[in-house]
Design a protein around this ligand. Structure first.
Ligand code: NAD
Length: 330
């Protein structure tokens, strides 16, 4: 019988506290560590559960895993409620539960909304850091929704960019992204999709598209592309032919071929699983990464549960250290 909770005590760390305590650099380091652990076989993600619950048009599910190296065990529960915006709430809602891997006891409940954007931006930033050409100057953004500003801020820290070019299917959303670029001291230009590809050294796609927005013929040699929007079966942002001409990397191969951008290229036999490299191998130095200055590199960022656990664990630790975590008694 449990007579006491774990020695650290259980805490709750809300959305506002997450925003205060964890930096982009913290998120980058935490996600980079866990990608490395995944590639070494020290950390693994559990199968994802995602269900249409037949209420409020919602999709709900769990992403979990265990990082034996970082000793992080837990899950992110949440999903998508399309009617939330009308109630003044974010459509995506999630909460991370962290458990003590030695005892199974609950350690922390951490708000997952802000952290999801932070860890997703960290993921593409890690791909830029490890795969983009060192002399990259122009950053292309396809997408201008909630995630895009996080993506832009994190990517901008990885190279000495001097310009952002952007395209979005809803052009009225672009000025808000332009403001972020301006804040970062970067020139900003709204362009056509073809012009974006012609100018960009790094391209980030972060939309909820279900058909290609970027064609293989448009992309110039040496470009790095981070495909970040496709995280579900049926979504698609780029031409599957790009996978045939690019060096392909991902966070997790199993997700990449099933719910990631690679699902289409694999279904069309453009590539197979063995043509995809976990970015953790590049982080660990067991894969060289970019093969030449002229190579096109493509990162399929599908979003794994271990990313959520990694940043939530850091947020919980920092909140405890700063006295900002709310103790809970169970
Ligand atoms: P959002 O709703 O704030 O923005 C949606 C973006 O997609 C906008 O740029 C919008 O103009 C565009 N869009 C909407 N409908 C479209 C359509 N039919 N065709 C093409 N583009 C369309 O969403 P967000 O929070 O910015 O998320 C963007 C995408 O990233 C979503 O697909 C989301 O599921 C995905 N996402 C991925 C991860 C990951 O880890 N890979 C994490 C979070 C979100």
């Amino acid at each position: 019988m449990d007579t006491q909770v774990n020695t650290q005590g259980v805490v709750m760390v809300g959305e506002d506290i997450c925003k205060q305590v964890i930096s982009r650099a913290d998120a980058f380091a935490a996600v980079e560590q866990v990608f490395g652990a995944m590639a070494r076989g020290d950390a693994y993600n559990f199968p994802v559960v995602r269900e249409a619950i037949g209420h409020a048009d919602a999709l709900y599910g769990f992403k979990g895993g265990f990082d034996r190296a970082g000793l992080t065990l837990g899950l992110k529960a949440g999903g998508y409620w399309p009617g939330n915006a009308d109630k003044g709430l974010t459509n995506h809602q999630s909460t991370v539960c962290l458990f003590d891997p030695d005892t199974g006891q609950l350690v922390a409940l951490v708000g997952g909304n802000y952290l999801t954007a932070l860890r997703t931006a960290a993921s593409s930033a890690i791909s830029v850091a490890h795969l983009a050409r060192p002399d990259a100057k122009v950053l292309g953004m396809i997408g201008a929704g909630h995630q895009s500003a996080f993506q832009l801020r994190a990517a901008a820290e990885q190279r000495d960019f001097d310009k952002v070019v952007a395209w979005n299917p809803h052009p009225d959303m672009l000025p808000a992204l332009g403001k972020v670029a301006e804040e970062l001291g970067l020139d900003f230009e709204a362009v056509s999709q073809q012009d974006l590809a012609a100018q960009s050294d790094v391209i980030i796609t972060i939309t909820s598209a279900h058909q290609p927005l970027l064609m293989a013929d448009w992309v110039k040699p040496g470009t790095h592309i981070a495909c970040m929007g496709t995280d579900t079966k049926g979504k698609q942002e780029v031409d599957p032919a790009l996978f045939g001409v690019a060096q392909v990397f991902t966070d997790e191969i199993a997700q990449s071929v099933s719910i990631g951008e690679a699902q289409h290229a694999v279904a069309e036999s453009v590539i197979g699983e063995r043509d995809i490299t976990p970015i953790g191998a590049v982080i660990n130095g067991t894969h060289a990464g970019r093969g030449s200055a002229e190579a096109i590199t493509l990162f399929d960022g599908t979003g794994v549960g271990l990313q959520d656990l990694a940043v939530a664990s850091v947020a919980a630790r920092l909140a405890r250290e700063k006295g900002l975590a709310t103790p809970l008694s169970l």
